[in-house]
Design a protein around this ligand. Structure first.
Ligand code: HEC
Length: 138
């Protein structure tokens, strides 16, 4: 697939955004449980849980997340070794038990070494939430 110039520019801008987001990383603090506010937890995913959404979610994860969370979402990406706390294992029972709204809020907010992904379109963030839930039992 050939990309038009404006698309290439978009990809470059996105990559620059990621570098900025990862730049001067916040100090790593001893942290307790990370819990989303109740109003966020109950938010419903506006996207259908279908093939197109999962493909978009996988693309978003490959572009932005797997360096830390690993190609299969197990929290073992190349950058994970240096991090404490470790990137979450998306396939774990704990993450799988979280609601779409809770994961969306965490992805949007970030904490410590986990960047905030607010600059990604909401659609991309909701799609990656469906993708994370599709990894349950894998
Ligand atoms: C620079 C490394 C890094 C990148 C890139 C990254 N994460 Fe994370 N992520 C982390 C770390 C570290 C944690 C654990 C944070 C904590 O517990 O304080 C985390 C935690 C999470 C959690 C919380 C799970 C839970 O309930 O504990 C979710 C969901 C998540 N990441 C999704 C994503 C998504 C989606 C992306 C890409 C859009 C992404 N992450 C990109 C490092 C990263």
């Amino acid at each position: 697939m050939r990309m038009a110039a404006w698309q290439t520019a978009g990809v470059v801008a996105l990559a620059a955004g990621v570098v900025l987001a990862l730049g001067p990383s916040a100090p790593v603090l001893a942290q307790g449980a990370w819990v989303a506010p109740a109003a966020e937890k109950s938010k419903k995913n506006p996207l259908p849980d279908d093939k197109a959404t999962l493909e978009l979610g996988e693309k978003v994860a490959k572009t932005n997340c797997i360096t830390c969370h690993g190609a299969k979402g197990k929290g073992d990406g190349a950058a994970a070794a240096a991090l404490n706390p470790k990137p979450a294992d998306w396939t774990s029972k704990r993450v799988q038990a979280e609601s779409d709204g809770e994961i969306f809020w965490k992805v949007s907010t970030g904490r410590g070494a986990m960047p905030s992904w607010k600059f990604l379109p909401e659609k991309d963030r909701w799609a990656v939430v469906h993708y994370i839930h599709s990894l349950g039992g894998k």
